[in-house]
Design a protein around this ligand. Structure first.
Ligand code: ADP
Ligand code: MG
Length: 152
């Protein structure tokens, strides 16, 4: 297993910048990679995933899976699962929907997880942890920590 690198910190001036960060990140990932996305509501987690999903050539709109828990994208170069576990809150995944992660953990997908706290135990080794922070107006600070583990 490779050693963890120091985190990379990039500034984003607007949604298109954040999409570009997602596009650039996904080019280095392999199927089975799990990416955690942390940050307040509106920080740009879904925007970053949109850039990644488009970069892989998936057709159609990329929307927030807040109510569905997961959106799955097929038809691009690598299938993607985009989870948003916000509404699980403290209940935890095993209470809510134990079978939810079955497809994701088969390992042939790139998996993005917003609000991962409810499922850290079930998710397995994480390749990348992204933290997005408001930095005034449309500015965001995006910290990308590659763990050196998981299937990055
Ligand atoms: P989250 O998933 O973290 O709740 P979203 O990506 O759904 O956040 O929403 C981010 C909102 O903030 C969008 O309305 C987007 O247009 C806006 N926004 C403004 N500046 C940025 C930026 N630099 N990066 C990402 N989103 C931004
Ligand atoms: Mg979101």
């Amino acid at each position: 297993m490779a050693a963890a690198e120091p985190p990379e910190v990039v500034r984003s001036a607007g949604p298109q910048d954040t999409e570009r960060v997602g596009a650039r990140l996904v080019r280095e990932l392999h199927p089975g990679a799990i990416v955690l996305l942390c940050g307040d509501l509106g920080a740009g987690k879904t925007t970053l995933v949109r850039g990644a999903v488009r970069e892989l050539g998936h057709p159609g709109r990329v929307t927030s899976p807040t109510f569905t828990l997961v959106n799955r994208y097929a038809g691009g170069r690598v299938p993607v699962s985009h989870l948003d576990l916000y509404r699980l809150g403290a209940a935890g995944l095993d209470e809510e929907d134990p079978a939810l992660l079955e497809e994701e953990l088969a390992g042939d997908r790139i998996v993005f997880v917003e609000w991962p706290e409810a499922a850290v135990a079930e998710l397995g080794p994480v390749a990348v942890r992204v933290e997005l922070r408001h930095a005034g107006g449309d500015a965001r600070e995006i910290e990308i920590a590659r763990t050196g583990g998981g299937r990055g």
